[in-house]
Design a protein around this ligand. Sequence first.
Ligand code: DGY
Length: 324
Amino acid sequence: MKPLIFVDRRLPEDVKSYLEEHCSVLSWKPDEKRDETRLQAYLTDVEGYFTSGAMKVTEELLTSAPKLKVISTMSVGYNHFDIPAMRARGVIGTHTPYVLDDTVADLIVGLILSTARRITELDRFIRQGQWKGNEGRKLFGLDVHHRKLGIIGMGRIGEVVTKRAKFGFDMEVSYYNRSRKPALEQELGIEYKSMEQLLRDSDFIVLLTPLTPETKGLIGAEQFSMMKQSAIFINASRGATVDEQALIHALQSHTIAGAGLDVFMQEPLPAQHPLLDMDQVVMTPHIGSATEATRDQMAMLAARNLVHALLGTGEAHIVPELAQ
Ligand code: DGY
């Protein structure tokens, strides 16, 4: 008998067919209100849960799903998993690394360029009919090429960003990571620095650490105060890795020059949020991996992870904390 699974999002046809070949698939009805109570009802009898991370995997949710064996998230980040609760119940968690690295790196470079050269701000300037031709230095931005890039959290995406920065823009790249990576330092010609040194030296600081209890609020008032006044801060990890109030204050007080943000404490960003009034901030709505090709690959990888982990028929990308 095929295992019963619940899928919480619309999927490309080939991914749907693949899942249906191996599993009996439940999913939301069209126009059905999606909330935790309804989700818990769907999970009562399932062995597998395919999620995009829209709803958190909590102790309560796991209690409502006593037969659940595998949760497959269609994302590389899995901070919506309650890891201790999953471990205690022997529930496997999988995610989708590798397939999105280039796409996320492209967006990070875009945020660096847009912020430094004020691309979105000056686009608005033209559209608002403000371009008179006599602006002089008023439209100047900051150079990206040959500047110093500091990456906090040197995983696969950091490596790809490094290649773009070094070989595309002749940037000098340093990194801070929980564990040092001597082979990578050799291969890419990058320097390991303490977090403080990296914050003090860098023109562009890119935060890429996963959100864990240890990295929550990693960048706060103290860290912003160490940055150059001309520094640009990019967050492509998760909103909660940064103390958002401290970021807002650092921008308002010109402690730093600007920020490029793909992630926020609250998503979607609430109306009237202070960041909305800041021309020196470029924002994107958590779209790091959002291209058709990459999202399709992520969907298929998440489907394979689910089937392989449920049926034991192949490799599954189990999240590191649950892999041992
Ligand atoms: C992920 O997969 O975790 C990314 O945040 C998606 O953009």
